[in-house]
Write a protein that binds this ligand. Structure first.
Ligand code: THU
Length: 138
């Protein structure tokens, strides 16, 4: 699975985004260590705070299907109905959810339609609070 293929999977799922309030459609594709790809899109709610981002939708789907080890996630977002033209970085809540299952070398990919931006989770969420603080091993 190349980075381009993972971004294409995110773009495909972006078409399913449910974003009637913001009009901002996001797609994600999460690559598990066993090769499976779990797509997700944002799903908004009339009670705005109940909105779920595309990244968390992908993690929810993956964990629900038994995956626990992940290599990278592709994220693409922008105004619904238009091609992606700006990088879409994961929000802080999604970074924290990634940290629950992933170590610092987990990679986040995004594109502005021209270039691919690659970031590590350690770079996006330095000095993170995670299970190790509670006695876990991640
Ligand atoms: N959104 C995502 O799905 N992922 C992100 O990383 C940033 C924001 C969604 C949430 C909401 O539906 C819309 O984009 C505007 O914030």
């Amino acid at each position: 699975m190349t980075d381009e293929e993972l971004l294409a999977a995110a773009e495909e799922c972006r078409a399913n985004a449910y974003a009637p309030y913001s009009g901002f459609a996001v797609g994600a594709a999460l690559l598990a260590a066993d090769g499976r790809v779990f797509p997700g899109c944002n799903l908004e709610n009339a009670a705005y705070s109940a909105t779920c981002c595309a990244e968390r939708a992908a993690f929810s789907r993956a964990v629900s299907e038994g995956a626990r080890d992940f290599l990278k996630i592709a994220v693409v977002g922008g105004p619904a109905g238009a091609p992606v033209s700006r990088f879409c970085m994961p929000c802080g809540v999604c970074r924290q959810v990634m940290r629950e299952f992933c170590r610092g070398d987990f990679t986040v990919l995004t594109t502005d339609g021209r270039e691919i931006r690659r970031r590590t989770l350690a770079g996006l969420l330095p000095d993170s609070f995670a299970a190790d603080a509670l006695g876990g091993d991640r």
